[in-house]
Design a protein around this ligand. Structure first.
Ligand SMILES: [Zn+2]
Length: 103
């Protein structure tokens, strides 16, 4: 399974890491690291992006015989029979867990 990350989040994390280490452009300590940082950020900016939608994960909270509430959007929905695998209101996947095991 492919995993997607945010380009801006990666760049922000690299810059945060370099700030912590004192390697920012404004506080040049090690020019080599600073140039490497700029090159990495430049590469990250030119790598083509794909359209991806964040998957929301939730669970159905049973309220009574036919009504369930979505744990993500809090919408109350009447369901007869087995609850659906996706919330029709917000699109959340209703297995309560992510593919990587986190809940
Ligand atoms: Zn929902």
């Amino acid at each position: 399974m492919s995993e997607y990350i945010s380009r801006e989040t990666v760049i922000a994390e690299i810059e945060k890491h370099l700030r912590i280490m004192g390697l920012t452009k404004h506080g040049i300590v090690y020019k080599t690291y600073s140039l490497a940082h700029e090159h990495i950020v430049e590469l990250l900016r030119i790598i083509p992006a794909v359209d991806a939608v964040e998957v929301k994960y939730g669970i159905w909270i049973k309220e009574d015989y036919t009504f369930y509430r979505c744990s993500v959007c809090d919408q109350r929905i009447s369901i007869v029979g087995n609850p659906t695998k996706y919330c029709p209101n917000c699109g959340a996947r209703m297995d309560g867990r992510r593919e990587d095991g986190d809940e």
